[in-house]
Write a protein that binds this ligand. Structure first.
Ligand code: CDP
Length: 228
């Protein structure tokens, strides 16, 4: 079977990460959560009080950031920042409130995109984010753009946080999603856009199983296609 690259982009809380993870498991592909990388950088910047307006400070900080992923004993991939697991911290509202601002910085994007391309060198990968189909892997064989209505997304994010014993008011989540949508789609550097050729999937009324199946179907059709 042909090895392909699968790029999944879309707005926050459309189920990108869950879908991408499941698709990767079904196909035996690796999975990279590019959002977790931007979140880990944000974590580092917060810990070290990096001034986002000072390009030299930002560059110096980026040199000190090492992001890795490791599968834990439950088979779940965790994000590590300089050797320490930051999986819980990167999902906190404190990080969610800063991450889109940090992600507008060209130096941050260049550093992350470089790493992401290296991780995808051998294909057989599913990566999710905002610019995977447009910038990171514009030649990906399969590009998917996920959407869902705002209230559904806010409710899903609330449930996700609740599962980690973090009860957050729906209005606080709504406010954060609206702000991030705005920053992510209007920034100068690689804004969130549906890539040319991407398949758009509205997940508002789909279960996670249904949206996973859709993507797997498209992927298998491409993987089984004879080369040439
Ligand atoms: O989980 P959620 O969908 O809320 O967001 P995420 O995928 O963890 O990404 C967090 C933030 O990182 C986004 O709101 C973007 O500002 C930024 N990001 C980005 O700029 N480019 C990517 N490829 C992935 C995330």
């Amino acid at each position: 079977m042909r090895k392909i690259t699968i790029a999944i982009d879309g707005f926050s809380a459309c189920g990108k990460s869950t879908t991408a993870k499941r698709v990767a498991t079904i196909l035996g592909y690796s999975y990279i959560d590019s959002g977790a990388m931007y979140r880990a950088v944000t974590c580092f910047f917060l810990q070290h009080h990096v001034a986002l307006t000072n390009p030299r400070e930002v560059l110096q900080a980026l040199r000190e950031v090492r992001i890795t992923f490791k599968v834990n004993t439950r088979g779940v991939s965790e994000t590590y920042l300089n050797g320490l697991s930051v999986e819980a911290e990167i999902r906190s509202m404190r990080v969610s409130e800063q991450v889109s601002q940090v992600s507008t910085l060209p130096a941050v994007r260049t550093a992350m995109v470089d790493q992401q391309r290296k991780m995808g060198r051998d294909k057989a990968i599913v990566m999710d984010g905002r610019d995977i189909g447009t910038v990171v892997f514009p030649d990906a064989e399969l590009k998917v753009f996920l959407t869902a209505d705002l209230l559904t997304r806010a409710y899903r994010r609330q449930q996700e946080l609740l599962a980690k014993d973090d009860l957050v008011d729906l209005n606080v989540i709504l406010d954060n999603l609206i702000k991030r949508d705005e920053i992510d789609s209007t920034r100068a550097e690689s804004p969130l856009r549906k890539a040319p050729g991407a398949i758009e999937l509205d997940t508002t009324n789909l279960t996670i199983e249904e949206q996973t199946d859709e993507v797997v179907r498209f992927a298998l059709a491409l993987m089984l296609k004879p080369v040439g």
